[in-house]
Ligand binder design. Structure first.
Ligand code: HGY
Ligand code: MN
Ligand code: MN
Length: 391
């Protein structure tokens, strides 16, 4: 089965998988949901077809294994995540899992014998949609979950997914770029230099609910107006910062909002800059509260430091790209990926693939079949380069 065929097959598979959702009319798959179970069954069948031994680990990561003859060899982990954001596109995550299945399928057809085991993983929760716990699947595998994470999760025993130290040779992830750079540079592929650190924070304003018609404007403690002023401060804080979720209680049109909860997401490749911006925003939140006679609560939901991709693996990835693309571009990732969590226990590398308009976390996510064929070829070549190094 040539690359073009594997690429067309992958595009059809993304369509089929993209129709499996927890919500009617849009693509949403959250941790351990009925749709995620159906997705694991479908992708597990494709892993079987590729000749992999398929299982789920204790945190419902789907794993397809291709053991090598050296029993004590290390394992090269490939893949990405199968969960999605709400109203998602069909490539963020699943594309990387299916490129890994395709590359392994090509190598097995060529009867290649590797000096390491290969496992293709479909992580069960990267977006953190259900429990606001990004990288839940990969952090469980890395053994870096904290007590506060485990307390938020109904499912018990997920820490048994932790892998043994030194077991993994490396983790390599193919992912859509989710940004406009490769398209602007007219390149299909890019090699990731590093992944921006993230601070995810819960901000709450507590004012006084009241009658919309009778409380004079000067006497109000309007929690939503305080939040609105804070959101404009977020917009001008420097690093990429986003308020993506907001709720106002009691949520009636004729009642002054007494309580507002909003999400804050701050990112930067330089951790010091990100943390300075977070501290400045925390001070703004508090100053706004004082000025408006309301209270504010500030809670860090999750923080991850920026991660540099492994220089040796990245050099090999660039060598794998060269025969398929005249120019090799290195670029940082503003988006987070499971590679962030996996970097705690093994070296990581990432390959980006162009997506139309850089659109992602949206149903208009779109990629080209020709770019997919290149990505499969590059991942296959990368695995062979790594095999030569460890022969
Ligand atoms: O939020 C992110 O950067 C990723 O899509 N989870
Ligand atoms: Mn995403
Ligand atoms: Mn992703």
């Amino acid at each position: 089965m040539g690359l073009q065929h594997l690429s067309r097959q992958l595009m059809h598979r993304c369509d089929e998988l993209g129709a499996i959702s927890d919500e009617a009319g849009r693509l949403t798959r959250s941790f351990h949901s009925p749709a995620m179970r159906r997705a694991n069954t479908l992708v597990g069948g494709w892993m079987c077809e590729a000749g992999l031994e398929v299982k789920e680990d204790a945190v419902f990561n789907l794993i397809g294994r291709w053991p090598c003859e050296r029993l004590r060899a290390k394992t090269l982990l490939l893949g990405s995540h199968l969960d999605t954001v709400r109203d998602a596109g069909k490539y963020d995550g699943p594309f990387g899992v299916l490129v890994a299945v395709a590359a392994v399928s090509a190598l097995r057809r060529e009867r290649v014998r590797l000096p390491f085991h290969i496992e293709v993983v479909g992580f069960s929760d990267e977006e953190g949609l259900r429990y606001q716990t990004p990288y839940l699947g990969s952090r469980a595998m890395a053994g870096t979950l904290e007590k506060k994470d485990l307390l938020r999760i109904e499912e018990k025993g997920i820490q048994r997914a932790k892998r043994k130290p030194g077991e993994l040779l490396a983790y390599a992830e193919v992912h859509i770029e989710q940004g406009p750079v490769l398209e602007a540079e007219d390149l299909a592929l890019g090699v990731v230099s590093g992944i921006a650190g993230q601070s995810r924070i819960r901000v709450e304003y507590i004012g006084t609910a009241g009658h919309a018609g009778t409380v004079p404007m000067a006497m109000r403690q309007d929690a939503l107006c305080a939040a609105a002023e804070f959101i404009l401060a977020v917009e001008s804080c420097g690093p990429t910062a986003t308020v993506g979720q907001i709720t106002a209680q009691p949520g009636a049109s004729n009642v002054i909002p007494g309580r507002v909860v909003l999400s804050l997401d701050v990112r930067h490749l330089a951790d010091a800059k990100r943390l300075r911006a977070v501290a400045a925003l925390r001070a703004s939140a508090s100053a706004i509260a004082t000025k408006r006679g309301v209270r504010t609560l500030w809670g860090v939901v999750q923080e991850s430091a920026s991660v540099a991709c492994d220089p040796t693996l990245t050099r090999m990835l660039k060598s794998a790209v060269r025969p398929h693309q005249a120019r090799v571009l290195m670029l940082p990732s503003g988006a987070g990926h499971d590679a962030v969590a996996m970097s705690a226990i093994c070296p990581v590398a990432m390959l980006f693939v162009r997506c139309k308009g850089g659109v992602s976390h949206h149903p208009d996510e779109s990629i080209k079949s020709a770019d997919v064929a290149k990505a499969i070829a590059v991942l296959r070549d990368f695995i062979l380069l790594l095999a030569r190094r460890h022969a």
